[in-house]
Design a protein around this ligand. Structure first.
Ligand code: SDX
Length: 394
């Protein structure tokens, strides 16, 4: 004992780690959402359906799906005064900085869905957040490129609407490319939820104090922004661009293994997966499909990524440390091919992860034994000592 508090390893930050939403087997590389495998959901479902599944625990019937889809379309517009919020940012503000600010401000516009003790307000908040994130994200992009905001259209699907609001302009009709819309929907599914990752734990901890759901999601966005977490997708593309050519990969792998060099292979490794991240496999396949369908025959970054994966997965360091590509390794290549700047990559991650955050928040709030999260510590500082007046401190 050195005067430290007793550390209770069983104590959890939010009072409970139990959840029925997402299951990960890191050793086997398995990811299930409410029992359905991520590769099946990505191949056979749609993002709105997966949102319904995460929120409600079952896949929607045709009637439930139609009603939920209609709710998302009807809630997709934002309060008109919110559009003026953007003009307070510099044009070169990182879109994630805008997302943190604008989403945190939502509780100032939607007072009728902030009382967490009222189930109907909780439900409306969840629907508003999922429905409005594409509009808010697209506006962050439009603001950064100096183009006018595009209002959502109720005749478009969730993914189509986001592409329309991002890349459409008032000057001419925008024809949504079905290939891009399908790829966008799949990318949203792959990012929807992932158990108790750093940003989800942030949302749960913020929510455990009774904070309103909009503030909790803003906290999750802030946590996701870090390059060790959701910010990795932007960092992967920068890394691939810095590598530049396939023959510079061995040096990059050498640096990643050098403990004295804080260089890390972005998009590689994971706290939980000690096998291939199943989302990365789906993403890699989608990468080939989208580039092929867009007629992009030669994407040097994809060649570098594929060669980097091949070399790393045969290197004893990566094998011993069980480092595999994660969800962020290939996503940036698709997003670049779709026309997004790297600064929007983590914004898209936050857009998609909002349903996971708010589903986990809802599960926690509805837990009857939920208490405020209060992580304990292992104190390693000074033991008690007498105060020394300034004159006697030498
Ligand atoms: C996401 O938690 C989630 O679920 C997150 C996420 C989600 O959907 O919410 O999956 C999304 O955040 C994916 C991760 C994206 N981040 C990156 O790609 C950044 C690069 N990856 C690393 O920073 C790292 O792999 C972490 C942060 C993801 C995990 O780091 P840890 O906790 O150190 O991983 P570990 O303990 O398993 O590492 C084992 C060893 C360590 O060396 P030793 O301390 O044992 O000597 O491998 C090393 C690490 O230093 N290592 C790497 C490495 N990742 C880990 N070495 C080189 N390159 C890497 N990328």
């Amino acid at each position: 004992e050195t005067g430290c508090f007793t550390y209770d390893p069983g104590f959890t930050s939010t009072g409970s780690c139990e959840s029925q939403i997402t299951y990960i087997d890191g050793d086997e590389g398995v990811l299930l959402h409410r029992g359905y495998s991520i590769d099946e959901l990505a191949a056979k479902s749609t993002f709105p359906e997966v949102c319904f599944l995460l929120l409600n625990g079952h896949l929607p019937t045709a009637a439930e799906s139609a009603e939920f889809d209609s709710i998302l379309r009807r809630h997709s517009m934002v309060h008109e005064q919110l559009t003026r919020f953007y003009s307070g940012f510099r044009r070169d503000a990182h879109p994630m900085a805008i997302m943190c600010g604008v989403v945190g401000a939502l509780s100032a516009f939607y007072h009728d869905s902030t009382d967490i003790n009222k189930p109907v307000e909780r439900k409306i908040a969840a629907h508003r957040l999922i429905a409005k994130m594409p509009t808010i994200a697209a506006m962050a992009y439009k603001y950064s490129v100096g183009q006018p905001f595009m209002y959502p259209r109720n005749d478009l699907s969730y993914a189509e609407n986001f592409l329309y609001m991002t890349f459409g302009t008032p000057c001419e009709p925008y024809k949504v490319n079905p290939i891009l819309a399908k790829a966008m929907d799949k990318i949203f599914i792959l990012h929807a939820d992932h158990e108790q990752n750093a940003s989800t734990s942030t949302v749960r901890l913020a929510g455990s104090s009774g904070a309103n759901p909009f503030a909790c999601i803003a906290a999750g966005i802030a946590s996701l922004w870090g390059p060790a977490h959701g910010g990795a997708n932007e960092a992967v593309l920068k890394m691939l661009e810095e590598i530049g050519t396939v023959d510079r990969i061995p040096e990059c792998v050498r640096r990643a293994k050098d403990k004295n060099d804080n260089f890390r292979l972005m998009g590689f490794g994971h706290r939980v997966y000690k096998n291939y991240d199943p989302r990365a496999q789906v993403m890699r396949q989608a990468c080939h499909e989208v580039l092929g369908e867009l007629g992009i025959k030669n994407e040097p970054l994809l060649d570098i990524a594929m060669e980097l994966e091949r070399i790393a997965l045969t290197d004893e360091y990566f094998i011993e440390k069980k480092l595999y590509p994660n969800v962020d390794f290939y996503s940036g290549i698709i997003l670049k091919a779709m026309g997004f700047p790297t600064s929007m990559f983590t914004v898209l991650f936050a857009l998609a992860r909002t349903v996971g955050w708010i589903s986990q928040w809802k599960e926690m709030i509805e837990d009857p034994v939920q208490k405020i999260g209060r992580p304990r510590q292992l104190y390693t500082g000074e033991t008690r000592r007498a105060f020394v007046p300034l004159a006697e401190r030498g």
